[in-house]
Write a protein that binds this ligand. Sequence first.
Ligand code: KIV
Length: 292
Amino acid sequence: MSKYASWTHGKLPLTELAELKRRGQKLAMVTAYDFPSGRIADEAGVELVLVGDSAGMVVLGNESTVPVTMDELLMLTRAVVRGAKRPLVIADMPFGSFQASDEAAVENAVRFVKEAGADAVKLEGAGPTLSRVQAIVGAGVPVMGHVGLTPQSATMLGGFKAQGRTAEKAERLYEDALALEAAGCFAIVLEAVPAPVAAEITGRLSVPTIGIGAGAETDGQVLVWHDLLGLYDGPSPRFVKQYADLATSILDAVAAYADDVRERRFPEAVHTYAMSDEELAAFRGAVPARPR
Ligand code: KIV
């Protein structure tokens, strides 16, 4: 049992999320991409862990989330699932894995559950995504929606910009969120949306909203692991709060190690294995003398 978790034991039931919203209890979600980050997220008591397609950037070094593949995310999801036993683990469906047809979307969503052990999947967008959500939910896989700034379609949105900043666009966003709930989403991510718009949407949905750059009134918050811990070198959006500077700590540690190796301070006697004098003498007698 985690001393930080708000529920007592076992996997958080998916159906509990709407109840937590009703009670006004905020939900914490983080991304994770491997076994140790899944385990730490579990121990920290977060309710939701997202294996985001942001892995394509922060883990794999791509310039955007677009190139990351199903196989890459399946492998990362498997590792996270091994570490995160209590939170709900949601796998992000990468660009290209659900756009072609409802059938392709179902097939790939099922792979995340069957081959990687994910509890649910997340899909970006509304419009054509709605029928994908219905098909995936119909196949028995829970779906989290994602509207506002949807990085997979950043080019179509005119770049990485806040969304819903005019009355007309805010209304479209609201309708998209409502349609995603009607299609069967159990929760919806609102990314880079003005806080009052996110608050209005949140108040009109019965499923929880998870905000990132959407103010304090959403039902939960999500941050990318590398942003939260100061592990990502690129520019951070304004909505990021960095809780640690691990890149600096890691850099200092690796540089100190390399220095110790060069200066012969590492390894010390405590880091090495001993051998009896007799065995050592016998060994030395058995091998040719060292060349001078
Ligand atoms: O891929 C990701 O990390 C995400 C979150 C930012 C919501 O989609």
